[in-house]
Design a protein. Structure first.
Length: 254
């Protein structure tokens, strides 16, 4: 978890919690807390999309592409969430009605954050998302090569649903989540409240350890740094092989 993606080993386990908080509302902290309370793997979007194998990351791109084909969408979402005990962050929180249908007993936990501070954290993401250079840079990197496309698909779906991205998006999202979730399964909290509201919802004792306080932005930046390093090494190898090939061909022609 955190910088490393959780991978299910028992595919019979199902989602007990759908963490519906918008990105940059402490989704990584929520994932770590749920992993502790539920004693199982949690699908945190950022960690999974930057840390899993090519086929799994591609699967989420297929899910976005299938968003207007409900039977296929449900099938792919079931495949992507099999074995996880909870899910947090995008892209999972984009598909609330479908997850609610697949997991009718799951509790939905939304997270509120000061809107101004949230936008200050989220706005830089919207400025860099979908840049063409990312598609080129990530092209030879297994798994990560799908990330720029996923960001573009996410923003397209958000635009279709809510309109232009702006400072009110977190509250728009939270209102939408509440509107599609049965009242008895919907919970709103702030991470500053710590363990108590989460444990009350899940009927779990409050752990003695401190509530996890992971920084989403820092975690993503660390993963992005690793990603750039990996991409740089692969491109360096490609150019080296290309250079050697050109040199050999030039010698053969002499």
């Amino acid at each position: 978890m955190g910088g490393a993606a959780s991978i299910p080993t028992d595919k019979s386990r199902t989602l007990r919690v759908i963490g519906a908080g918008y990105s940059r509302t402490g989704t990584l902290s929520m994932a770590l807390a749920l992993e502790t309370l539920l004693e199982g793997p949690v699908m945190h979007g950022g960690s999974q999309l930057l840390g899993r194998e090519d086929a799994y990351v591609k699967l989420w791109s297929r899910i976005f592409s299938a968003r207007k084909n409900r039977p296929l969408l449900l099938k792919l979402l079931k495949e992507a969430t099999a074995g996880f005990v909870a899910i947090t962050d995008a892209p999972g929180n984009c598909f609330m009605p479908e997850l609610l249908e697949l997991y009718p007993d799951a509790q939905v936990i939304c997270v509120h954050r000061d809107p101004a501070r949230w936008w200050q954290s989220w706005e830089p993401v919207t400025r860099t998302a979908g840049q063409a250079i990312l598609n080129l840079l990530m092209a030879p990197v297994p798994g990560k090569r799908w990330y720029p496309r996923l960001v573009t698909q996410f923003l397209e779906m958000q635009g279709e649903q809510f309109g232009a991205m702006g400072p009110g998006r977190m509250e728009q999202h939270n209102a939408w989540v509440e509107s599609v979730t049965p009242k008895e399964r919907f919970w709103m909290m702030e991470l500053s409240q710590g363990w108590e509201p989460l444990c009350r919802v899940l009927r779990k004792p409050v752990p003695e350890e401190p509530f996890p306080r992971a920084n989403d932005a820092e975690a993503v930046e660390a993963l992005a740094g690793q990603l750039m390093l990996q991409a740089g090494k692969i491109w360096a190898a490609i150019f080296l092989v290309f250079g050697i090939s050109v040199w050999i061909l030039s010698k053969l022609r002499l």
